[in-house]
Design a binder for this molecule. Structure first.
Ligand code: OOG
Ligand code: MG
Length: 259
């Protein structure tokens, strides 16, 4: 049985100090999914105790590209907290991160609670607005290497997120062409259709998975539906942007971190 409180504290420290730690699996045996989600929750509780609030959830491994990149096929989810929010066009401090990567995503904002087994229509009826978004992932593990239990415990690698202009819930998000640039170089292109064939399916999965953990998705929350392409390393770049057809543009700049 894993020492949930101790591992949670270690992960919280690693995230706060931007210092990588050894992965848990292997070193301390296997982590069951139940233990991994308990660690995730306990680690996020440290943040909430410091005054952050829950503002949504994120889905992971909802596209083939991400599954192939990281070698895992189970859909996972994590928690989004208020200290992870980056305004569209704002700058982030590179020193906050260990080895950040960025992913092009679709986000929805909810206007009604959602939990458990819901149909696509029920999920869509709870959506208030949709947007293109960028997720910054920053595994707290050395070399960005982990097994399933490790990444779940580590809040699905989530570190920060940027949401583009919110558009009406009626806006089609099923097949949006995406081009992500790092320092003006197009590093990934794809379509939102890569997210489970239709990003709204990822919202259905979010309601089911979070619901199974006793969490109801709340009105006002942002749900990040998963990367449409592989993630790109930020390295020493100074700017990242995503052009997402009729969903528009979202981006951020980067300061600090240069030797
Ligand atoms: C895990 C997070 C996966 C996504 O969009 O698929 C994820 C990772 O790749 O480190 O956020
Ligand atoms: Mg992601």
């Amino acid at each position: 049985m894993a020492d949930i409180a101790a591992i949670a504290a270690r992960l919280d420290d690693a995230a706060r100090g931007a210092r990588a730690i050894a992965q848990i699996t292997g070193q301390e045996g296997e982590l069951s999914l139940a233990d991994a989600y308990a660690i995730q929750r306990a680690a996020i509780d440290h943040r909430l105790a410091r005054g952050a609030t829950l503002v949504g959830v994120k889905m992971g491994f909802t596209s083939e590209a991400k599954m192939v990149q990281m070698g895992l096929t189970d859909q996972i989810w994590g928690r989004l907290t208020s200290d992870m929010v980056v305004a569209n066009g704002a700058s982030i401090d590179r020193d906050r991160f260990i080895h950040p990567r960025v992913e092009p995503e679709v986000a929805v904002r909810l206007k009604a609670p959602l939990a458990g087994e819901v149909t696509r229509e029920e999920a869509l009826a709870a959506v208030d607005a949709v947007a293109a978004a960028l997720e910054i992932i920053d595994s707290r593990y050395e070399n960005f290497r982990f097994a399933l239990g490790d990444v779940v415990a580590d809040n699905a690698s989530s570190s920060a997120f940027v949401v583009g202009p919110w558009l009406p819930a009626t806006t089609d998000v099923a097949d949006v062409a995406m081009a992500m640039r790092v320092d003006d170089v197009v590093v990934e292109t794809g379509s939102s259709a890569a997210i489970l064939g239709d990003p709204i399916r990822s919202l259905v999965a979010a309601a089911r998975l979070a619901g199974a953990a006793g969490l109801t998705l709340q009105p006002g929350w942002t749900i990040m539906l998963g990367g449409a392409t592989a993630a790109a390393a930020i390295g020493s770049a100074r700017a990242v942007s995503l052009d997402a057809a009729h969903l528009g543009r979202v981006g951020f700049t980067i300061t600090g971190g240069v030797a």
